[in-house]
Design a protein around this ligand. Structure first.
Ligand SMILES: [Zn+2]
Ligand SMILES: [Zn+2]
Length: 191
């Protein structure tokens, strides 16, 4: 992530066992499904759509929110509106809409910081162990490390390494700033 040589690259990981992050997510999705007979992320998206203040952008098939548990200042979560477990279940038009929503959020990052910067983005989807995973909900995370501007970077240090991550700005204010950085007119409005 910006360690040596600025370049975009992509990795596909296929582990024999689930790594911690997706394993924790799956456990929560399973527990929620058992208790409420519905999908945690479908229900979460409903809440965010009704509130609106942490919603950044959306199209017919996807929505982007700054989750209330965001650790990185402008962390976002891309959620499919339809309950589907993995990328291979996307329809042809949903593939186009996925491309569209990724373009929307990365344009907002570009407009907000107006500088090249490193970030990690990844998809989480159903395990491929040949069993159905009704609990899984296809989504993506963006983890950009920049804080409030192109020159102030967020580091995980001190209390965050010893105890728990702390938020530098509220998810609502991060979402507001990303909403505002929406389009090609953003730079004109600022100048
Ligand atoms: Zn769902
Ligand atoms: Zn995830």
């Amino acid at each position: 992530m910006g360690a040596s040589n600025p370049h975009p690259h992509c990795q596909i990981w296929a582990n024999a066992s689930l790594p911690d992050e997706p394993a924790k997510e799956q456990a929560s999705l399973l527990e929620y499904r058992a208790r409420h007979h519905s999908c945690l992320l479908c229900d979460y998206l409903k809440v965010e759509s009704e509130r609106g203040d942490r919603l950044v952008c959306e199209n017919e098939a996807f929505a982007v929110v700054v989750p209330y548990w965001a650790v990185w200042p402008f962390e976002t979560l891309v959620l499919s509106k339809r309950h589907l477990a993995s990328m291979d279940q996307l329809t042809a038009s949903e593939c186009d809409l996925l491309g569209g929503i990724l373009k929307q959020i990365t344009t907002r990052y570009d407009n907000l910081f107006e500088v090249p910067f490193p970030y990690s983005m990844g998809f989480h989807q159903s395990p491929t162990d040949m069993t159905p995973h009704e609990e899984c909900h296809f989504h993506a995370h963006y983890y950009p490390p920049l804080l409030r501007s192109a020159t102030v970077q967020k580091f995980m240090v001190g209390y965050e390494m010893m105890a728990t991550p702390q938020r530098d700005l509220t998810p609502e204010s991060a979402a507001l700033r990303l909403r505002d950085a929406s389009d090609v007119h953003y730079r004109d409005r600022k100048s």
